[in-house]
Design a protein around this ligand. Structure first.
Ligand code: ATP
Ligand code: MG
Length: 507
């Protein structure tokens, strides 16, 4: 089959074992020239592992690897790149202290830093970024960029070489509609040039939009390869989960009570948020929608004490907050869930148990150094892990061994390990599979019933629209609308974005 015209990559019987886990079990996979082939499956199904094998990061234990008609052995990341296999990974590989264009050319010949080369580098980078239509400054240090912008750098980096096989592992997880549209246009262009694309995503909508074929993995095994236009969403989800999942969003009974959080005229030193007011009440989900870079993440980060404040006030339980500091906020009963689980969230080398209980360590129930407490900690963390359906369901392995989506669950698990009334969720379901998303939403329901106030910041419009009782819309650092009841719909939110900038809408 591999010599047949049209086949770019053919994998047969790929098996990969990690200590205690059979991550890939006899998987066959074929990619054609000019095809977008989606990998679909639950968190931990083996998608990233397969991609790592294809890009030379991990060697398979068994199986045949044929690329452009030739069998490949002992693949390394470098060799893969030379062959034209370009991966964009789920966890980024950028150097925070270097600028965008330094990162782009890291490890390539042109990265010798003569003035001339630097100029040539910059020009190439600008061209690629312009072509992608991304709003990105090549001279900025990567560490100062948002996750979305870092994602754009990763994509641009993958396109610098003569790419024959492009791998995108959840590329839109932190992009909004506008950027996603541009990425899709680029994918179409590459497809027309005969580039084969492997695309991993948990978002049903875009899978159907972008895929030619879909391969579903479950527990390391290939379940099926189907033509994208021949399956329904329900069928796809059923293949993924091995069971029926009917609803994508649960029904939520909001019972708005007292105002737990009151933010008035908040302005940040960075200017990312200007004179923003909003409030959150117990028993309801308050949504904050907006495009990437509108300031919505910075807003909740500031409330939690992570961004310097220039003016305005924040009140908790009717008392004005005087010192903004995350630990004080936690003690006061506020928890923030970051969107960037690695940079802000997790100690990858430490056990899951520690990562979950970290936020709770100063509580009496979790005091260190006492054997009994340790048992208590283990019990509490295991219970949280079970509730979030962590896979594998063990709490002692290091977080670094978990799949991307399961790492996100560990971040979520933290907020559950102590007495919290106000939950600030920043893109809580980025990278989480459809089934696990439902679990997160169900969890929010439980929190609401316990009298919590939930603030949900999300770039995924369907999520904000379906879950929130009230939706605030931010645009260019300002709060531009508060929607309630029947006004909570997509056109209403989109209208807020384009109100003052009709030109940008067409760009
Ligand atoms: N470096 C590693 N060491 C040990 N086990 C690993 C390692 N990487 C992945 N695994 C395990 O292999 C299995 C497959 O993980 P993989 O990252 O491929 O899942 P995935 O399909 O990409 O999931 P997600 O949607 O959450 O990103 C999981 O059980 C995971 O815990
Ligand atoms: Mg993955």
């Amino acid at each position: 089959m591999s010599e047949q015209a049209g086949t770019l990559l053919e994998l047969t019987g790929i098996t990969k074992r990690f200590p205690g886990v059979l991550a890939l079990d006899d998987v066959d996979f074929e990619l054609r020239h000019g095809e977008v082939h989606v990998l679909f499956g639950e968190n931990g199904a083996g998608k990233s592992t397969l991609i790592n094998v294809i890009s030379g990061t991990f060697a398979q234990d068994k199986g045949r690897f044929v690329f452009r008609g030739e069998e490949v052995r002992h693949l390394t990341p470098h060799k893969a790149r030379v062959m034209g296999i370009s991966p964009v990974f789920q966890e980024f590989s950028l150097v925070p202290d270097m600028t965008v264009d330094e990162n782009l050319f890291l490890g390539r010949e042109r990265a010798r830093f003569t003035l001339l080369n630097k100029r040539a580098m910059r020009a190439t980078a600008r061209q690629i970024i312009a072509e992608l239509g991304f709003d990105l400054d090549p001279t900025r240090k990567v560490g100062t960029l948002s996750r979305a912008h870092q994602q754009m750098v990763e994509i641009a980096k993958a396109l610098l070489t003569d790419v024959k096989l492009l791998i995108l592992d959840e590329p839109t997880a932190s992009l909004t509609e506008a950027e996603t549209t541009k990425l899709f246009a680029l994918i179409d262009k590459l497809r027309a040039q005969g580039v084969g694309i492997i695309y991993v995503s948990h978002r049903m909508g875009e899978i159907k939009q972008v895929a030619d074929r879909i391969t579903v993995l479950r527990d390391g095994r290939k379940i099926a390869t189907v033509a994208a236009d021949s399956v329904s969403d329900t069928e796809l989800v059923e293949l993924m989960a091995g069971r029926k999942i009917d609803v994508l969003f649960p029904r939520i009974d909001h019972r708005p009570g007292e105002r737990l959080l009151d933010v008035r005229d908040l302005t940040l030193v960075s200017g990312a948020v200007r004179e923003v007011s909003f409030h959150a009440r117990a028993g309801e989900i308050t949504g904050i929608a907006g495009l990437v870079g509108c300031g919505k993440s910075e807003l909740v980060r500031a409330v939690f004490g992570l961004e310097p404040i220039a003016g305005g006030s924040v009140s908790l339980f009717d008392k004005e907050v005087s010192s903004f500091d995350p630990l004080a906020m936690l003690r006061a009963g506020v928890c923030y869930f970051p969107s960037d689980r690695v940079a802000e969230g997790l100690a990858l080398a430490r056990p899951i148990r520690e990562n979950v209980s970290m936020a709770a360590l100063d509580l009496p129930g979790f005091a260190r150094g006492q054997v009994l407490r340790r048992t208590e900690e283990r019990r509490a963390v295991q219970e949280i892990a079970d509730r979030l359906k962590l896979r594998p369901a063990q709490i002692e392995p290091a977080v670094g061994r978990l799949s991307g989506g399961n790492r996100q669950k560990v971040v979520l698990g933290r907020g559950l390990s102590r007495d919290i009334r106000v939950f600030l969720f920043d893109e809580p379901t980025v990278g989480i599979d459809v089934g696990a998303k439902l679990e997160v939403y169900e969890l929010m329901k439980v929190l609401l019933d316990l009298g919590a106030a939930i603030v949900l910041v999300s770039s995924e419009l369907p999520e904000v629209l379906n879950l929130s009782n009230r939706v605030y819309v931010m645009h260019r650092s300002r709060m531009v609308a508060e929607l309630t009841g029947a006004d909570i719909n997509e056109p209403a939110v989109l209208a807020c974005f384009f109100r003052e900038e009709p030109a940008a809408a067409a760009a």
